[in-house]
Design a protein around this ligand. Structure first.
Ligand SMILES: NC(=O)c1ccc[n+]([C@@H]2O[C@H](COP(=O)([O-])OP(=O)(O)OC[C@H]3O[C@@H](n4cnc5c(N)ncnc54)[C@H](OP(=O)(O)O)[C@@H]3O)[C@@H](O)[C@H]2O)c1
Length: 413
Protein backbone atom coordinates (compact mmCIF):
# COMPACT_ATOMS: atom_id res chain seq x y z
CA UNK A 1 0.00 0.00 0.00
CA UNK A 2 1.23 3.55 -0.79
CA UNK A 3 2.82 5.25 2.19
CA UNK A 4 1.56 8.61 3.44
CA UNK A 5 5.08 9.95 4.07
CA UNK A 6 8.60 8.96 3.04
CA UNK A 7 11.75 9.93 4.88
CA UNK A 8 14.37 12.11 3.15
CA UNK A 9 16.40 9.93 0.81
CA UNK A 10 13.69 7.25 0.63
CA UNK A 11 12.56 7.02 -3.01
CA UNK A 12 8.87 6.17 -3.60
CA UNK A 13 8.12 3.85 -6.57
CA UNK A 14 8.07 5.97 -9.77
CA UNK A 15 4.72 7.71 -10.11
CA UNK A 16 3.57 6.91 -6.56
CA UNK A 17 2.83 10.19 -4.80
CA UNK A 18 2.48 10.21 -0.99
CA UNK A 19 -0.01 12.53 0.77
CA UNK A 20 2.61 14.33 2.87
CA UNK A 21 6.20 15.46 2.36
CA UNK A 22 9.17 17.04 4.09
CA UNK A 23 9.83 20.63 3.03
CA UNK A 24 12.08 23.53 4.09
CA UNK A 25 9.55 26.16 5.03
CA UNK A 26 9.61 29.86 5.89
CA UNK A 27 6.69 31.44 7.77
CA UNK A 28 5.97 35.17 8.25
CA UNK A 29 6.05 34.89 12.07
CA UNK A 30 9.70 33.82 11.98
CA UNK A 31 11.19 35.97 9.20
CA UNK A 32 14.82 36.73 10.02
CA UNK A 33 18.21 35.10 9.69
CA UNK A 34 18.03 31.99 7.46
CA UNK A 35 19.42 29.69 10.20
CA UNK A 36 16.25 30.36 12.27
CA UNK A 37 13.69 31.28 9.61
CA UNK A 38 14.05 28.18 7.39
CA UNK A 39 12.82 24.96 9.06
CA UNK A 40 12.00 21.40 8.05
CA UNK A 41 8.25 20.74 8.32
CA UNK A 42 5.91 17.99 7.13
CA UNK A 43 3.13 19.39 4.94
CA UNK A 44 0.65 18.16 2.31
CA UNK A 45 1.93 17.44 -1.20
CA UNK A 46 0.32 20.08 -3.46
CA UNK A 47 -2.51 19.35 -5.92
CA UNK A 48 -1.69 19.81 -9.61
CA UNK A 49 -3.50 21.98 -12.16
CA UNK A 50 -3.92 20.82 -15.78
CA UNK A 51 -0.63 22.39 -16.97
CA UNK A 52 1.47 21.46 -13.91
CA UNK A 53 4.04 18.77 -13.18
CA UNK A 54 5.06 17.27 -9.83
CA UNK A 55 8.81 16.65 -9.63
CA UNK A 56 10.43 14.47 -6.98
CA UNK A 57 13.43 16.61 -6.06
CA UNK A 58 16.80 14.85 -6.06
CA UNK A 59 18.87 17.98 -5.48
CA UNK A 60 18.15 21.69 -5.08
CA UNK A 61 20.34 24.65 -6.03
CA UNK A 62 21.17 27.27 -3.41
CA UNK A 63 20.43 30.86 -4.43
CA UNK A 64 20.39 34.26 -2.76
CA UNK A 65 16.61 34.37 -3.38
CA UNK A 66 16.12 32.05 -0.45
CA UNK A 67 18.10 34.36 1.84
CA UNK A 68 15.81 37.26 0.87
CA UNK A 69 12.73 35.03 1.36
CA UNK A 70 13.92 33.99 4.84
CA UNK A 71 14.51 37.62 5.85
CA UNK A 72 11.14 38.73 4.47
CA UNK A 73 12.88 41.61 2.66
CA UNK A 74 12.62 43.39 0.30
CA UNK A 75 9.17 41.72 0.09
CA UNK A 76 7.05 39.41 2.22
CA UNK A 77 6.95 36.47 -0.18
CA UNK A 78 3.73 35.06 1.25
CA UNK A 79 1.94 38.28 0.24
CA UNK A 80 3.17 37.86 -3.35
CA UNK A 81 1.90 34.27 -3.35
CA UNK A 82 -1.60 35.50 -2.59
CA UNK A 83 -1.69 36.98 -6.12
CA UNK A 84 -1.53 33.47 -7.60
CA UNK A 85 -4.07 31.92 -5.20
CA UNK A 86 -1.33 30.09 -3.27
CA UNK A 87 -1.01 29.57 0.52
CA UNK A 88 -0.33 32.77 2.44
CA UNK A 89 0.94 31.31 5.72
CA UNK A 90 4.09 29.56 4.45
CA UNK A 91 6.63 29.49 1.63
CA UNK A 92 8.89 26.65 0.48
CA UNK A 93 12.23 28.10 -0.60
CA UNK A 94 14.16 27.08 -3.70
CA UNK A 95 14.27 28.10 -7.36
CA UNK A 96 16.58 25.43 -8.81
CA UNK A 97 15.98 21.67 -8.90
CA UNK A 98 16.93 18.43 -10.56
CA UNK A 99 14.63 15.45 -10.18
CA UNK A 100 12.18 12.96 -11.63
CA UNK A 101 8.68 13.71 -12.87
CA UNK A 102 6.17 11.82 -10.64
CA UNK A 103 2.85 13.21 -11.90
CA UNK A 104 1.57 15.51 -14.64
CA UNK A 105 -1.63 17.49 -15.17
CA UNK A 106 -4.21 16.50 -17.77
CA UNK A 107 -2.97 18.96 -20.46
CA UNK A 108 0.77 18.29 -20.15
CA UNK A 109 2.53 16.96 -23.24
CA UNK A 110 6.18 18.07 -22.96
CA UNK A 111 7.15 15.74 -20.07
CA UNK A 112 5.95 12.40 -18.70
CA UNK A 113 6.20 10.42 -15.47
CA UNK A 114 9.73 9.05 -15.06
CA UNK A 115 11.54 11.80 -17.03
CA UNK A 116 14.80 13.09 -15.53
CA UNK A 117 14.60 16.88 -15.59
CA UNK A 118 15.96 20.12 -14.30
CA UNK A 119 13.53 22.91 -13.45
CA UNK A 120 13.93 26.53 -14.53
CA UNK A 121 12.35 29.18 -12.36
CA UNK A 122 10.36 31.26 -14.88
CA UNK A 123 6.59 31.18 -14.35
CA UNK A 124 3.76 33.22 -15.84
CA UNK A 125 0.03 32.90 -16.44
CA UNK A 126 -0.35 30.76 -19.54
CA UNK A 127 -3.40 32.83 -20.52
CA UNK A 128 -1.67 36.18 -19.93
CA UNK A 129 -2.71 38.34 -22.95
CA UNK A 130 0.88 39.62 -23.26
CA UNK A 131 2.17 36.04 -23.58
CA UNK A 132 -0.65 34.93 -25.88
CA UNK A 133 0.24 37.84 -28.20
CA UNK A 134 3.67 36.27 -28.67
CA UNK A 135 5.66 38.71 -26.51
CA UNK A 136 8.57 37.86 -24.20
CA UNK A 137 7.01 36.16 -21.12
CA UNK A 138 9.94 37.57 -19.13
CA UNK A 139 8.24 40.98 -19.47
CA UNK A 140 4.68 39.76 -18.80
CA UNK A 141 2.67 41.34 -15.95
CA UNK A 142 2.12 37.83 -14.55
CA UNK A 143 5.84 36.93 -14.68
CA UNK A 144 7.13 35.50 -11.39
CA UNK A 145 10.10 33.59 -9.97
CA UNK A 146 9.11 30.07 -8.94
CA UNK A 147 10.23 29.36 -5.35
CA UNK A 148 10.49 33.08 -4.56
CA UNK A 149 7.36 34.84 -5.82
CA UNK A 150 5.57 31.48 -5.62
CA UNK A 151 5.19 28.88 -2.91
CA UNK A 152 6.15 25.39 -4.01
CA UNK A 153 9.94 25.66 -4.26
CA UNK A 154 12.66 23.04 -4.61
CA UNK A 155 13.77 22.43 -1.00
CA UNK A 156 11.08 19.78 -0.55
CA UNK A 157 10.62 16.13 -1.46
CA UNK A 158 8.20 17.20 -4.21
CA UNK A 159 7.84 20.49 -6.02
CA UNK A 160 4.94 21.76 -8.10
CA UNK A 161 5.94 23.52 -11.33
CA UNK A 162 4.39 24.59 -14.61
CA UNK A 163 5.35 21.81 -17.03
CA UNK A 164 7.14 24.25 -19.40
CA UNK A 165 9.68 24.82 -16.62
CA UNK A 166 10.98 21.25 -17.02
CA UNK A 167 14.01 20.80 -19.27
CA UNK A 168 16.01 17.61 -19.96
CA UNK A 169 18.71 16.93 -17.38
CA UNK A 170 22.27 16.71 -18.73
CA UNK A 171 23.01 13.00 -18.62
CA UNK A 172 26.70 13.40 -17.76
CA UNK A 173 25.99 15.39 -14.59
CA UNK A 174 25.19 14.19 -11.07
CA UNK A 175 21.87 15.33 -9.62
CA UNK A 176 23.60 17.99 -7.57
CA UNK A 177 25.71 19.27 -10.50
CA UNK A 178 22.54 19.47 -12.59
CA UNK A 179 20.59 21.30 -9.86
CA UNK A 180 23.17 24.02 -9.32
CA UNK A 181 23.44 26.36 -12.31
CA UNK A 182 20.11 27.08 -14.03
CA UNK A 183 18.81 30.12 -12.13
CA UNK A 184 22.13 31.93 -12.15
CA UNK A 185 23.18 30.65 -15.60
CA UNK A 186 19.87 31.46 -17.27
CA UNK A 187 19.90 34.92 -15.67
CA UNK A 188 23.46 35.52 -16.88
CA UNK A 189 22.41 34.32 -20.35
CA UNK A 190 19.58 36.89 -20.59
CA UNK A 191 21.87 39.66 -19.29
CA UNK A 192 24.53 38.90 -21.90
CA UNK A 193 22.39 37.85 -24.87
CA UNK A 194 18.93 39.30 -24.22
CA UNK A 195 19.33 43.05 -24.77
CA UNK A 196 20.21 43.76 -28.41
CA UNK A 197 22.13 45.51 -29.80
CA UNK A 198 24.23 45.29 -26.60
CA UNK A 199 24.72 41.53 -26.73
CA UNK A 200 28.14 40.01 -26.15
CA UNK A 201 30.03 39.64 -29.43
CA UNK A 202 33.40 38.36 -30.63
CA UNK A 203 36.15 40.47 -29.05
CA UNK A 204 33.86 42.41 -26.66
CA UNK A 205 35.26 43.29 -23.24
CA UNK A 206 32.89 42.38 -20.40
CA UNK A 207 33.48 43.39 -16.79
CA UNK A 208 31.98 40.72 -14.49
CA UNK A 209 31.39 41.66 -10.86
CA UNK A 210 31.57 38.76 -8.37
CA UNK A 211 33.31 36.65 -11.03
CA UNK A 212 33.80 33.71 -8.66
CA UNK A 213 30.19 33.80 -7.37
CA UNK A 214 27.03 32.07 -8.59
CA UNK A 215 26.12 34.48 -11.40
CA UNK A 216 29.64 35.62 -12.19
CA UNK A 217 31.26 32.18 -12.54
CA UNK A 218 28.74 31.32 -15.26
CA UNK A 219 28.84 34.78 -16.88
CA UNK A 220 32.61 34.45 -17.34
CA UNK A 221 32.08 31.19 -19.23
CA UNK A 222 29.25 32.58 -21.37
CA UNK A 223 31.41 35.55 -22.35
CA UNK A 224 34.25 33.23 -23.38
CA UNK A 225 31.89 30.96 -25.36
CA UNK A 226 30.68 34.05 -27.28
CA UNK A 227 34.28 35.00 -28.12
CA UNK A 228 34.36 37.90 -25.64
CA UNK A 229 37.01 38.85 -23.07
CA UNK A 230 35.80 38.69 -19.47
CA UNK A 231 37.60 40.69 -16.79
CA UNK A 232 36.46 39.53 -13.35
CA UNK A 233 36.13 41.62 -10.21
CA UNK A 234 36.72 39.65 -7.01
CA UNK A 235 37.68 40.17 -3.38
CA UNK A 236 40.72 37.88 -3.24
CA UNK A 237 43.47 36.62 -5.51
CA UNK A 238 42.29 33.03 -4.94
CA UNK A 239 38.89 33.96 -6.36
CA UNK A 240 40.60 35.80 -9.22
CA UNK A 241 42.63 32.72 -10.15
CA UNK A 242 39.41 30.67 -10.00
CA UNK A 243 37.75 33.11 -12.45
CA UNK A 244 40.76 32.82 -14.76
CA UNK A 245 40.51 29.03 -14.72
CA UNK A 246 36.89 29.46 -15.90
CA UNK A 247 38.01 31.64 -18.80
CA UNK A 248 38.45 35.22 -17.55
CA UNK A 249 41.40 36.96 -19.25
CA UNK A 250 42.28 38.67 -15.97
CA UNK A 251 40.84 40.05 -12.75
CA UNK A 252 40.77 43.10 -10.48
CA UNK A 253 40.87 42.66 -6.71
CA UNK A 254 38.30 45.16 -5.43
CA UNK A 255 39.89 45.18 -1.97
CA UNK A 256 42.65 47.40 -3.41
CA UNK A 257 40.13 50.25 -3.87
CA UNK A 258 38.03 52.24 -1.44
CA UNK A 259 35.86 54.61 -3.49
CA UNK A 260 32.74 52.41 -3.15
CA UNK A 261 29.20 53.48 -2.40
CA UNK A 262 27.33 56.66 -3.26
CA UNK A 263 29.85 59.30 -4.46
CA UNK A 264 30.05 62.74 -2.84
CA UNK A 265 28.26 65.60 -4.66
CA UNK A 266 29.85 66.33 -8.06
CA UNK A 267 30.74 69.92 -7.06
CA UNK A 268 32.36 69.04 -3.71
CA UNK A 269 36.17 68.70 -3.20
CA UNK A 270 35.61 65.09 -1.98
CA UNK A 271 34.14 64.14 -5.35
CA UNK A 272 37.61 64.53 -6.93
CA UNK A 273 38.91 61.78 -4.59
CA UNK A 274 36.06 59.55 -5.73
CA UNK A 275 36.95 60.28 -9.37
CA UNK A 276 40.59 59.37 -8.76
CA UNK A 277 39.44 56.05 -7.27
CA UNK A 278 37.16 55.32 -10.23
CA UNK A 279 39.94 56.22 -12.71
CA UNK A 280 42.42 53.95 -10.92
CA UNK A 281 39.89 51.13 -11.05
CA UNK A 282 39.50 51.73 -14.81
CA UNK A 283 43.29 51.51 -15.24
CA UNK A 284 43.31 48.25 -13.29
CA UNK A 285 40.82 46.87 -15.83
CA UNK A 286 43.20 47.81 -18.70
CA UNK A 287 46.07 46.10 -16.87
CA UNK A 288 44.04 42.93 -16.29
CA UNK A 289 43.01 42.97 -19.95
CA UNK A 290 46.46 43.75 -21.33
CA UNK A 291 45.07 46.51 -23.57
CA UNK A 292 43.59 50.00 -23.15
CA UNK A 293 39.91 49.21 -23.73
CA UNK A 294 36.83 49.88 -21.63
CA UNK A 295 34.11 47.27 -21.04
CA UNK A 296 31.42 47.06 -23.75
CA UNK A 297 29.20 45.37 -21.19
CA UNK A 298 29.35 45.66 -17.40
CA UNK A 299 27.69 42.67 -15.72
CA UNK A 300 26.22 44.18 -12.53
CA UNK A 301 24.52 42.85 -9.40
CA UNK A 302 26.24 44.36 -6.29
CA UNK A 303 24.32 47.63 -6.94
CA UNK A 304 24.78 50.52 -4.54
CA UNK A 305 28.49 50.03 -3.84
CA UNK A 306 29.48 49.63 -7.47
CA UNK A 307 27.01 51.23 -9.90
CA UNK A 308 28.68 54.67 -10.02
CA UNK A 309 31.97 52.97 -10.94
CA UNK A 310 30.30 50.62 -13.44
CA UNK A 311 28.64 53.54 -15.25
CA UNK A 312 31.93 55.45 -15.25
CA UNK A 313 34.13 52.66 -16.71
CA UNK A 314 31.60 51.45 -19.32
CA UNK A 315 32.58 52.11 -22.96
CA UNK A 316 30.82 54.73 -25.12
CA UNK A 317 27.57 53.16 -26.40
CA UNK A 318 28.08 50.22 -24.03
CA UNK A 319 25.68 48.77 -21.49
CA UNK A 320 25.61 48.31 -17.73
CA UNK A 321 23.17 45.46 -17.21
CA UNK A 322 21.96 44.82 -13.66
CA UNK A 323 19.88 42.08 -12.03
CA UNK A 324 20.24 42.80 -8.30
CA UNK A 325 21.28 45.23 -5.59
CA UNK A 326 23.05 42.95 -3.11
CA UNK A 327 24.88 45.85 -1.40
CA UNK A 328 21.88 48.24 -1.47
CA UNK A 329 19.34 49.84 -3.77
CA UNK A 330 20.25 53.54 -3.64
CA UNK A 331 22.39 53.52 -6.73
CA UNK A 332 23.43 57.07 -7.58
CA UNK A 333 23.92 57.66 -11.30
CA UNK A 334 25.91 60.68 -12.48
CA UNK A 335 23.94 61.15 -15.67
CA UNK A 336 26.74 63.10 -17.35
CA UNK A 337 28.54 59.83 -18.01
CA UNK A 338 25.31 58.25 -19.18
CA UNK A 339 24.15 60.79 -21.75
CA UNK A 340 27.42 62.24 -22.98
CA UNK A 341 28.86 58.87 -23.97
CA UNK A 342 25.42 57.41 -24.71
CA UNK A 343 25.70 54.47 -22.36
CA UNK A 344 22.79 52.20 -21.56
CA UNK A 345 21.70 51.28 -18.01
CA UNK A 346 19.54 48.17 -18.40
CA UNK A 347 17.61 46.16 -15.80
CA UNK A 348 17.34 42.40 -16.35
CA UNK A 349 15.44 39.77 -14.42
CA UNK A 350 15.61 35.98 -14.72
CA UNK A 351 14.87 34.57 -18.23
CA UNK A 352 12.20 33.14 -20.51
CA UNK A 353 11.79 29.54 -21.78
CA UNK A 354 14.09 30.07 -24.78
CA UNK A 355 16.88 31.62 -22.73
CA UNK A 356 16.67 28.89 -20.06
CA UNK A 357 16.72 26.20 -22.76
CA UNK A 358 19.65 27.86 -24.58
CA UNK A 359 21.67 27.85 -21.38
CA UNK A 360 20.63 24.28 -20.55
CA UNK A 361 21.69 23.15 -24.03
CA UNK A 362 25.19 24.55 -23.41
CA UNK A 363 25.25 22.58 -20.13
CA UNK A 364 24.05 19.40 -21.86
CA UNK A 365 26.70 19.81 -24.56
CA UNK A 366 29.36 19.93 -21.83
CA UNK A 367 30.37 23.49 -22.76
CA UNK A 368 29.62 24.91 -19.31
CA UNK A 369 31.28 23.93 -16.04
CA UNK A 370 28.35 24.07 -13.59
CA UNK A 371 30.82 25.43 -10.99
CA UNK A 372 29.42 23.31 -8.20
CA UNK A 373 31.60 24.42 -5.33
CA UNK A 374 30.15 22.33 -2.53
CA UNK A 375 27.27 19.99 -1.76
CA UNK A 376 25.35 19.96 1.52
CA UNK A 377 22.82 17.57 3.09
CA UNK A 378 19.10 18.39 3.36
CA UNK A 379 19.22 19.10 7.12
CA UNK A 380 21.98 21.68 6.46
CA UNK A 381 19.66 23.87 4.32
CA UNK A 382 19.12 26.64 6.93
CA UNK A 383 22.86 26.78 7.70
CA UNK A 384 23.98 26.91 4.07
CA UNK A 385 21.66 29.87 3.44
CA UNK A 386 23.01 31.56 6.55
CA UNK A 387 26.53 31.17 5.12
CA UNK A 388 25.36 32.57 1.78
CA UNK A 389 23.73 35.57 3.50
CA UNK A 390 27.02 36.24 5.30
CA UNK A 391 29.06 35.89 2.06
CA UNK A 392 30.90 32.87 3.49
CA UNK A 393 30.20 30.22 0.85
CA UNK A 394 33.01 28.73 -1.25
CA UNK A 395 33.51 29.75 -4.90
CA UNK A 396 30.93 28.80 -7.52
CA UNK A 397 27.45 27.42 -7.09
CA UNK A 398 26.20 25.30 -4.21
CA UNK A 399 23.60 22.50 -4.09
CA UNK A 400 21.75 20.54 -1.42
CA UNK A 401 20.92 16.85 -1.69
CA UNK A 402 17.22 16.37 -1.10
CA UNK A 403 16.24 12.82 -2.11
CA UNK A 404 19.56 11.93 -3.76
CA UNK A 405 20.80 9.50 -1.10
CA UNK A 406 24.55 9.96 -1.42
CA UNK A 407 27.02 12.45 -2.79
CA UNK A 408 27.98 11.92 -6.42
CA UNK A 409 25.22 9.48 -7.36
CA UNK A 410 24.43 9.76 -11.07
CA UNK A 411 21.66 7.40 -12.11
CA UNK A 412 18.80 6.85 -9.75
CA UNK A 413 16.47 5.06 -9.79
N1 LIG B 1 17.10 39.16 -10.80
C1 LIG B 1 17.50 37.93 -11.06
O1 LIG B 1 16.98 37.30 -11.96
C2 LIG B 1 18.60 37.30 -10.24
C3 LIG B 1 19.01 35.99 -10.54
C4 LIG B 1 20.06 35.44 -9.81
C5 LIG B 1 20.63 36.16 -8.76
N2 LIG B 1 20.16 37.42 -8.47
C6 LIG B 1 20.76 38.21 -7.38
O2 LIG B 1 22.10 38.51 -7.76
C7 LIG B 1 22.90 38.68 -6.59
C8 LIG B 1 24.15 37.80 -6.73
O3 LIG B 1 23.77 36.43 -6.83
P1 LIG B 1 24.89 35.29 -6.83
O4 LIG B 1 24.17 33.99 -6.90
O5 LIG B 1 25.93 35.58 -7.83
O6 LIG B 1 25.49 35.49 -5.36
P2 LIG B 1 26.90 35.04 -4.79
O7 LIG B 1 27.25 33.65 -5.25
O8 LIG B 1 26.88 35.35 -3.33
O9 LIG B 1 27.96 36.01 -5.54
C9 LIG B 1 27.86 37.40 -5.45
C10 LIG B 1 29.27 37.98 -5.50
O10 LIG B 1 29.16 39.39 -5.55
C11 LIG B 1 30.32 39.96 -4.97
N3 LIG B 1 29.94 41.04 -4.08
C12 LIG B 1 29.20 40.96 -2.94
N4 LIG B 1 29.09 42.16 -2.37
C13 LIG B 1 29.78 43.03 -3.16
C14 LIG B 1 30.05 44.41 -3.07
N5 LIG B 1 29.58 45.17 -2.06
N6 LIG B 1 30.80 44.97 -4.04
C15 LIG B 1 31.29 44.23 -5.06
N7 LIG B 1 31.07 42.90 -5.19
C16 LIG B 1 30.32 42.33 -4.24
C17 LIG B 1 31.02 38.87 -4.17
O11 LIG B 1 32.24 38.53 -4.83
P3 LIG B 1 33.65 39.06 -4.31
O12 LIG B 1 33.57 39.18 -2.82
O13 LIG B 1 34.62 38.02 -4.77
O14 LIG B 1 33.87 40.38 -5.01
C18 LIG B 1 30.07 37.68 -4.27
O15 LIG B 1 30.77 36.45 -4.43
C19 LIG B 1 22.00 38.30 -5.41
O16 LIG B 1 21.48 39.47 -4.82
C20 LIG B 1 20.88 37.49 -6.06
O17 LIG B 1 19.67 37.54 -5.31
C21 LIG B 1 19.18 38.00 -9.21
Amino acid sequence: MAKDLYEIGEIPPIGEVPKRMHAMVVRPDRYGEPKDAIRDEVIDVPELGPHDALVMVMAAGVNFNNVWAARGIPVDVTKTQARWGEPTDFHIVGSDASGIVYAVGSEVTNVKVGDHVIVHAGQWDLDDPWVLAGNDPGLAPSFRVWGYDTCWGSFAQFCKVQAHQCLPKAEHLTWEEAAAPTLTGGTAYRMLHGWPPNTVKEGDVVLVWGAAGGLGSLAVQLVKLAGGKAVGVVSSDEKGEYAKRLGAVGYVNRRKFSHWGIPPRWDSPEWKDWLEGAKAFGKAIWEALGERRNPNIVFEHPGQDTIPTSIFVCERGGMVVICAGTSGYDTMVDVRYLWYLQKRYQGSHLFNDEQAAAFNDLVREGKIDTTLGHTYEYHETPMVHQLMGEGRLPEGNVAVLVNAPQRGLKDLP
